[in-house]
Design a binder for this molecule. Structure first.
Ligand SMILES: NC(=O)N[C@@H](CC(=O)O)C(=O)O
Ligand SMILES: [Zn+2]
Ligand SMILES: [Zn+2]
Length: 426
């Protein structure tokens, strides 16, 4: 038995109350009122959380763990540890590995490695098309049976509309979601940053907003036709948001996610030709950032995900045009959002926590994201007051590729439990 005493927890109304959390057999057994007469049971392991916030373990439905095939960037173990350090207890990993997770053996390998690491809960996505090449559908039935939780070609967009429609039909039959990286290649070509001020200033080829939104629009129509649960990855543009908002208003089964960097940074913040500011989709205009914030607030965007995408320093040193797209995200996500949106009074703490716990759990039907009796004892303890600078050299991830180096932030996770077991402690 493990008891977290004097924890500040958020109640249904979003108010902070003090509770003692009793965990046993991997679940939350009881929540005891902080001011009631109570003596801890003999032999129980105690964590005193006085003054700290305890939330349901954070959930991240879009991450890259790189194994198999790119273990120099990250492994399932290092990625899991990085997630735990960032306060995440459930993460869903993308299939753009080597080999691509387009076969049941690779799904099983990911699950086995995650179990061996024994740190956080890892839910694998499988590819929509063989090798993510867009030519031939994978075996959805076998991939589902192996443990895949959804289908996506993240890293690339599915270019062919009929291919996407067939994928949605098949996924619908299996009651599985289709998760889409929305990108129309014919509108992107060699773009490396968004079309706009930064691209113009540096003479770079820009990626237009429509390259994302055109797929969102296409796929919404296909989702309407097939009835599939369609989930949009890393939304970054005002135009995509407009389409998602309209689709939701007429009852189409569409959900969507947004990344911290698209809520906090625009292309005008990019200091120079440093590829730690290069990701896909790229940082957009301040107007798009505003649209993302508003859409997360009104529920058009359902959840926050990191799109944790580690790359090596050598790869990122190749410059803005040649370096791969992607930034790491686990270990900065909560402090960034807390400091930028909660400390400033724009959001309630409960709203931020919900968008990183209960909302992703609801959308993907996970038994997670709730701090209540009987729920899995997946918990995160956060120190809201301590201020610390982002230092990539301290990351548990192998990746150091972040644009947030040196940022002074509050709201750092300090201890993480999965199924009642401590998986990370400062
Ligand atoms: N987001 C990124 O910039 N990169 C991702 C791919 C992706 O999420 O599309 C990666 O795998 O590195
Ligand atoms: Zn993507
Ligand atoms: Zn991704």
């Amino acid at each position: 038995m493990h008891i977290i005493t004097n924890a500040n927890v958020l109640n249904e109304q979003g108010e902070i109350t003090t509770k003692h959390i009793v965990m046993e057999g991997g679940v939350i057994r009881t929540l005891i009122d902080g001011d009631s007469e109570w003596k801890p049971l003999e032999g129980a392991e105690i964590t005193d959380a006085a003054g700290k916030l305890v939330t349901p373990g954070l959930i991240d439905m879009h991450v890259h763990l790189r194994e198999p095939g790119f273990e120099h960037k990250e492994t399932i173990e290092t990625g899991s540890r990085s997630a735990a350090k960032g306060g995440f207890t459930t993460i869903a990993c993308m299939p753009n590995t080597k080999p691509v997770t387009d076969n049941p053996e690779t799904v099983k390998l990911v699950l086995d490695k995650a179990r061996e690491a024994g740190i956080v809960k890892v839910l694998p996505y499988a590819a929509i098309t063989v090798r993510e090449l867009g030519r031939e559908l994978t075996d959805f039935t076998a991939l589902k049976a192996a443990g895949a939780i959804g289908f996506t070609d993240d890293g690339v967009g599915v270019q062919n509309a009929q291919m996407m429609k067939n994928a949605m039909r098949m996924a619908r039959e299996l009651d599985m979601p289709v998760i889409a990286h929305c990108e129309e290649n014919s509108l992107v070509e060699k773009g490396c940053v968004t079309e706009g001020k930064f691209a113009e200033k540096h003479g770079l080829v820009g990626i237009p907003n429509e390259s994302e939104a055109i797929h969102v629009g296409r796929d919404i129509l296909l989702a309407e036709a097939t009835g599939v649960h369609y989930h949009v990855c890393h939304v970054s543009t005002e135009q995509s948001i407009r389409l998602i908002r309209q689709a939701k208003s007429i009852g189409i089964n569409v959900t969507a996610e947004v990344c911290p960097h698209h809520l906090i940074l625009s292309d005008e913040d990019i200091p120079g030709l440093d590829a730690n500011w290069k990701m896909n989709p790229p940082l957009r205009s301040p107007r798009d950032v505003e649209a993302c914030i508003e859409a997360l607030q009104d529920g058009t965007l359902d959840m926050i995900v990191t799109d944790h995408a580690p790359h090596t320093e050598e790869e990122k040193a190749k410059g803005m045009e040649m370096a791969p797209f992607g930034i790491v995200g686990f270990e900065t996500a909560f402090p960034l959002l807390y400091t930028k949106f909660v400390e400033t009074g724009l959001w309630d703490l409960a709203f931020l926590v919900r968008r990183m716990t209960a909302d992703p759990a609801r959308v993907f039907g996970l038994n997670a994201g709730k701090l209540e009796e009987g729920a899995p004892a997946d918990l995160t303890m956060i120190d809201l007051d301590a201020e610390k600078e982002v230092d990539p050299n301290q990351f548990a991830s192998k990746g150091r590729n972040t644009p947030f180096t040196g940022w002074k932030l509050k709201g750092w996770p300090v201890k993480t439990w999965v199924d009642g077991k401590v998986v990370w402690a400062e």
